[in-house]
Write a protein that binds this ligand. Structure first.
Ligand SMILES: Nc1ncnc2c1ncn2[C@@H]1O[C@H](COP(=O)(O)OP(=O)(O)O)[C@@H](O)[C@H]1O
Ligand SMILES: [Mg+2]
Length: 398
């Protein structure tokens, strides 16, 4: 289900947006438009959809228009042209009161610089949004405690925010957004001000939290690693335009232009690509229908020394070695059962390559990639060479 849809959105700063837009449509670069018209293109004809429960990351260099875009989503800034639909309703036309309701119930925002009240306790920072809704003290307290528990700040409720570290302050910021139980969380460089280690912790915790709360998240960052780690999909912005939208894998393996290519050039691909993206078509024999002879034939043809065995639903049964199969064939035995071995490694489709590397040194057989029904979906051969792809990308057929 689509929760958020942006249609042909423009934000143009200056007094002549019509002219600036016309030039932008003709492909005139942003700096030239500024020189000729005095207008700055903040967001340039951006369209995308975000599904319910999705984490949608907007990534781009500083000045590419990320903050302007996200601020148009809850109308902290008014779009110059275009539409923003929240659950099918165009919010560009809402009046002040309707906007206030929207921000209280549908979407809330987490800022880079926390924006906390220094004179209020942690709890009283978190319950602020409830207080302005006129919700009573007891309920506010209860909900603030729940939100603080979600972000791991149990026990800190009555402290002053000034006594907390940066990471903890940002947790308070997050709890303040979560306490409203919005459907959509807007996070603008929420972790960018944190030290690298704390930043990574916060990313891990956001992923864990998202498993529990399943919000629709629009997450802004200039940090590619962060984008790849958090995003179900990533939109890459350049000079106000979205130049590519795709899954982390798509962004890495099929960059849409040189800008994206430069961006992703130095990424460690083992941290992003999954077993599914590097597996090969599985060679397997069917246990009940084919015996040792079929297995031997296939292994000889493919010049391999072992082969996986599946049942007729492709559910993985085991692996056989060619020597064992030959012995069995000599004896005239038809079933592979007696020589099935199970000392192979399996992995799920979505396992990151980096997590497969420890298997590389100890596995005798290709790693079997299985789906959640234990069906053999592919094999990963020679996992030891995988680390070599970290800068070169997978050898896709293109
Ligand atoms: N209030 C404003 N007035 C004029 N120009 C602005 C304003 N806000 C942002 N801009 C311009 O819009 C562009 C995008 O800025 P911003 O959205 O802050 O980028 P990002 O968040 O990606 O760093 C920049 O060129 C910036 O200078
Ligand atoms: Mg910004």
């Amino acid at each position: 289900m689509t929760e958020l849809e942006v249609k042909n959105l423009y934000k143009i700063f200056g007094s002549n947006p019509n002219e600036a837009r016309k030039l932008a449509e003709e492909g005139v670069p942003k700096d030239k438009i500024l020189k000729e018209t005095g207008n700055t293109i903040g967001v340039n004809n951006v369209s995308f959809k975000v599904e319910k429960g999705e984490t949608f990351v907007v990534m781009g260099l500083s000045g590419s228009g990320k903050s302007t875009l996200i601020r148009c989503l809850n109308r902290l800034q008014d779009p110059t042209f275009g539409e923003v639909h929240v659950n099918g309703r165009n919010i560009v036309t809402l009046n002040k009161q309707e906007l206030r309701d929207l921000r209280r119930t549908k979407m809330s925002m987490v800022f880079q610089n926390f924006g906390l009240f220094p004179h209020r306790s942690v709890r009283r920072n978190v319950d602020y949004g409830l207080e302005i809704q006129g919700i009573g003290m007891e309920e506010r307290k209860k909900r603030a405690y729940e939100a603080l528990k979600l972000v791991g700040l149990e026990g800190y409720e009555e402290m002053k925010t000034t006594e907390l570290s940066g990471g903890m302050q940002q947790r308070v910021g997050l709890a303040r957004a979560l306490v409203l139980d919005p459907d959509i969380l807007l996070m603008d460089e929420a972790f960018s001000a944190l030290d690298p280690l704390i930043k990574r912790n916060m990313q891990d915790e956001l992923l864990e939290l998202q498993e529990k709360v399943k919000k629709t998240i629009v997450f802004i960052t200039h940090d590619l690693d962060e984008a790849l780690k958090l995003g179900d999909r990533i939109a890459v912005m350049y000079e106000g335009s979205v130049v590519q939208i795709g899954t982390p894998e798509e962004i890495l393996t099929e960059p849409a232009n040189d800008y994206v290519r430069d961006f992703v050039e130095n990424v460690d691909r083992t941290k992003v690509l999954t077993a599914e993206s590097i597996m090969k078509k599985p060679l397997a024999v069917v246990d009940s229908r084919e015996g040792p002879k079929a297995a031997i034939r296939r292994m000889e043809k493919e010049e391999i020394s072992s082969i996986y065995v599946v049942d007729k639903s492709r559910i993985l049964q085991g692996v056989v070695d060619i020597e064992d199969a030959k012995r069995l064939a000599d004896k005239g035995v038809k079933s592979l059962k007696s020589i099935l071995k199970s000392d192979y490694d399996t992995t799920a489709l979505d396992t990151r390559i980096i997590d497969l590397l420890p298997l590389a040194s100890r596995t005798n057989y290709p790693i079997a990639v299985i789906d959640d029904k234990q069906r053999l979906m592919g094999v990963i051969v020679r996992v030891s060479v995988i680390s070599g792809i970290s800068r070169e990308g997978v050898d896709n057929d293109a």
